[in-house]
Design a protein around this ligand. Structure first.
Ligand code: SF4
Length: 281
């Protein structure tokens, strides 16, 4: 059994949230530049230039790329041959979040209860942790600070199997159309197809961590990603919702086995601040 100290997990989480909030991924930055060259709207081009400039300043000066520094979402793949010692696993994650948001001057955006008093927890905890036990003796940690302008525009539909490919395609494009400028386009569209309600939502969120220039390895789903992206970019919403052909940078689909009677689909939208970072311990 390999031992990993809780302190090391805390430090890793802290570093990852700082990195994710300060440094946009090179895949997103390159795609923004590529789309700026292709954008036909002058205002759209200007918005993309500002987003690119903003991302470069944030990275160079180590400041948050957006004032909404997000809900701390953490995906952990924990090797079954790892023992976590000298501390509590969940507390290590929350302490890492606490220290990152404090030291990085990142906005604390979590309320402890959603309906009545909505008091801020003041340290951006608790994190949302998704844990998978996997073979091996490593721990893979991926974090995403999730902005809520885009999270609020997400949607679920329990389609019928007979709705088929067209039904899924139309639901995804309609969800983006309804969202309009609210999710801070250009967006990344995560689509979870199959499973149950919660599984579809989970894989929709997880596939937002995939690089924007990588398609699903199953060519059928990759084709659907390209077709949806093309139709989304015909909607005319454009960068910041001010018009143009760059409404989305990518559509990322993940799928899972599902019940014979169902076709669950979840659309989880991410804004242009498509932040994520990962590490292996
Ligand atoms: S949706 Fe994204 S870009 Fe818009 S305010 Fe929130 S984090 Fe920032």
């Amino acid at each position: 059994m390999r031992e990993v100290k809780a302190e090391q997990i805390k430090e890793t989480i802290k570093d990852l949230f700082l990195k994710a909030n300060f440094e946009i991924g090179s895949d997103v930055l390159e795609m923004l530049k590529e789309r700026k060259e292709k954008e036909k709207s002058e205002i759209g081009q200007a918005v993309l230039s500002q987003i690119i400039e903003n991302d470069i300043i944030a990275s160079n000066e180590k400041i948050a790329m957006c004032q909404d520094t997000g809900y701390a979402v953490v995906f952990v793949e924990l090797g079954q041959e790892v023992a976590i010692v000298d501390g509590d696993f969940n507390e290590a994650i929350n302490q890492g979040v606490r220290e990152a948001y404090d030291e990085g001057y990142l906005r604390k955006s979590v309320v402890e209860e959603p309906l009545f008093e909505r008091k801020n927890t003041k340290d951006n905890t608790p994190a949302i942790v998704h844990l998978d036990i996997v073979p091996g003796d490593k721990i893979k940690i991926a974090v995403t600070p999730k902005g809520f302008g885009s999270e609020n525009m997400s949607a679920l539909k329990m389609l019928k199997p007979a709705d088929g490919i067209q039904g899924v395609h139309d639901f995804v494009v309609e969800t983006v159309e309804k969202a309009g400028p609210n999710p801070c386009p250009p967006i990344v569209v995560g689509v979870g197809i199959g499973g149950t309600v919660e599984k579809a939502a989970l894989i929709a969120k997880k596939c937002l961590l995939r690089a924007v220039d990588v398609h699903n390895s199953d060519e059928r789903y990759a084709r659907l990603e390209r077709a949806m992206l093309e139709d989304i970019n015909k909607l005319g919403i454009g960068p910041a919702g001010l018009g143009g052909i760059t409404t989305a940078l990518s559509v990322n689909i993940e799928f899972a086995p599902t019940h014979i009677a169902g076709l669950p689909v979840v659309v989880n939208i991410c804004c242009h601040a498509a932040r994520h970072a990962e590490a292996i311990i």
